[in-house]
Structures are given as C-alpha cells and as structure tokens.
Write a protein of this length. Structure first.
Lengths: 242, 113
C-alpha cells in the first residue's frame, strides 16, 4: 500500500478485527520486529485535512475516533498514544520510524506496560457568605464588601490547600503524575470552579483502589467536589520526560 | 470479574470532549510525521468551543448535551444555556476556561480492573 497513513499509537502486537479508525477506515498493524504502529488509511491531501481540522465539529469527530482507536488497542496491549494527526506517506516510512527509534520506543512501552492513566479534577464550590444586614451607611456597606472579599479569599486558599493535600496523597500511590491546566466545569455563571486538574499513572491492578482513594480523600473536604475520569491510555505519560 | 480490559466497558465514559481534546491535542507522543497538519492551538480551540456552545441546537447536534444528564446542574444553569445567550470571547489568557464537556457521564466507579 502506498497511501498516506494516520498513526494512532505505537504498541505491541494486537488484533485489529473490528477496530474502526478516522472516517471509518479499517485499523491495522504495521510492525518492525515486536514494535507495532497502529495505523489506518488517511487522505493524502494535506491542505484539505488542515482545513477540516480547523472546524470544531470535524475536529471533535476526528479526536473522538483517534481516542476510540487508542482505547480499543489499549484494551489489548500496551500503547503509547501519538498526538492527533500524525501522518506518514506510506508504510515503509512508518517502518523506518520504528527501526530508527526502536530503543526509545521499547523503553517507553516497557515503562507504560501494565499501567493506566486516571484523570482527577477537583472543583471548588463557592459558598455564599452569611446574609448581611441591610446597610444604612456607605461606611457599613464598604465594610461588608471587604468582608465578602476576605470570605472568598479564605475559601480559595482553603480549597487550594486541600487540593495540594489530595494531590500529594494520590501522588504517593501513583507511579507518576502530570498536571493539566484547569478546565471550567461549566461554561459560565456556575458556582463551581475547576481548581485542580491532573493525571496519574497507576498500575492497572490498582485502578479501583486508586479511584476509591481519590473519592475518599475528596469526601473529607467539604469545599471540594471530585471528578474522576478514565481509565485512559497513558496519553499524559507518553511524551518524552522533561 | 475476569475482564482484564477496563476500556471495553468504559470507552468515553466519565470522559468528555474537553478531556479527550486535552489529551489528543496537548498530550501524547509528538512525532514529526511526513505530512504536516497544522492543528488548532488548544487555546484558540477553547474560544471556538465557547462560541459554538452559545448555540444549544448546534451543541446537541455534536452530542454536547451533558447539562441534560448532570443532576448537579441547576435549572438556573440550564435556563442560561437554553436562552442562547451570546458568550463572551475572552483573550487567550482566559481561554482555557472555555472547555466544554461532551456527554458528561457517571464516573468510573463501576469499572473493574
């Protein structure tokens, strides 16, 4: 085959039966010794693809398909997911990549074998201060205002300290961790703020134990709500370590 | 359970569009391919997401209907969304506040390892 190929991930041998990739293309392995690239056919027109991926609905569909392929292969064997839209001209070029970086990829897969990524987001719920008495003077009003600000600052400080405490405890039970940028839980106007967003690399056998621990730790902090996602393929730990 | 594959039952569960995008666009192994595809910067993307979700019908078409399933969302918030209020576009320094979940579902407590 000489067509362009999407590469979703590298991993070890897997059964591609029933795995469908971007645009419904069949997914298949391209191997060099025991290193396997997870690929499917891609349109060779680079400009059209670029234009398409600037459209959010298309991008969401492509990202979802990429993620589904990675998840399907991760269910069978260890994978190191590639960033979206890594495209090669043909299979030979992919084999060349695997040959050229065989040692690096093998070390990466050894590090990721038997692990899953767990996402943990912590949200702070803003609690309103006690209702203030109606003010009669400008001075009293300003006092109330500054009290409200103090109240809010204290809440944030408290939530941030609690989040750091939970992160430290979870980090001690994980093989590795990666901080992500906080996401807003809702678009706007909501009283819930994502103050902490991280991923942890956990041995697959300890997944339930880890997520239980995360929920338990968060339950002890009334100011925080927790959202656990995953298990994910180890996206956040596939990059070259800084 | 003897199922060794937590993913089989959990694809996309507990994950949303923002979680997926942050991983496939921002994480993952970066390899220079043969064909160079210029992806949206993740910050630009979040601005677009915010604009897009200003239209609820459009969001539903994309499957962004998490507010209908999330019991923690108040009716007040739902009202805000259905009012199709135009969303403000913020500068890049605020743009990571605009990630939008796709199909919020329950967590992964039921997943077996």
């Amino acid at each position: 085959m000489t067509d362009a190929q999407y590469v979703y991930a590298i991993g070890r041998a897997f059964d591609p039966t029933g795995i469908v990739g971007i645009d419904g293309a069949a997914v298949y392995p391209v191997a060099h010794r025991d290193l396997v690239a997870v690929v499917s056919a891609a349109p060779p027109d680079e400009a059209a693809l670029t234009a398409r991926l600037q459209r959010l609905d298309e991008l969401a569909a492509v990202a979802g398909a990429h993620h589904d392929v990675v998840a399907a292969v991760a269910a069978q064997t260890v994978v190191a997911p590639f960033r979206l839209a890594t495209i090669y001209q043909d299979e030979d070029r992919i084999r060349e990549l695997l040959r050229h970086r065989a040692d690096e990829f093998a070390a990466l897969l050894d590090r990721l074998a038997g692990t899953v990524e767990v996402g943990v987001k912590l949200h702070a719920q803003e609690r309103p201060p006690a209702p203030a008495a109606p003010t009669t003077s400008g001075r009293a009003y300003l006092q109330q205002l500054s009290q409200r600000h103090r109240h809010r600052d204290e809440q944030w400080r408290h939530a941030a300290t609690a989040a750091e405490r939970i992160d430290a405890a979870l980090g001690a039970h994980a093989l590795d961790r990666s901080r992500h940028r906080p996401q807003p839980a809702q678009l706007s106007g909501a009283a819930r703020h994502n103050i902490f967003n991280a991923a942890y690399l956990v041995p697959t056998g300890q997944l339930t134990e880890f997520t239980d621990l995360a929920r338990r730790l968060a339950n002890d902090e009334p100011a925080l709500q927790i959202e656990v996602t995953g298990p994910w393929a180890p996206y956040s730990f596939a990059g070259v370590r800084p | 359970m003897t199922d060794p594959s937590p993913w089989l039952t959990s694809q996309r569960q507990g994950s949303n569009l923002a979680d997926v995008l942050e991983r496939v666009l921002d994480k993952g192994l970066v390899i220079a391919g043969d064909i160079k595809i210029c992806l949206l910067d993740i910050e630009l993307l979040t601005i677009k997401l915010r604009l897009l979700v200003a239209s609820v019908d459009k969001a539903r078409q994309m499957g962004i209907d998490w507010w209908e399933h999330d019991p923690s969302l108040s009716s007040r918030h739902r009202h805000q969304l259905t009012a199709e209020r135009p969303m403000e576009v913020s500068g890049p320094e605020h743009s990571d506040e605009a990630r939008v979940p796709l199909r919020e579902q329950s967590g992964t407590g039921e997943v077996t390892a």
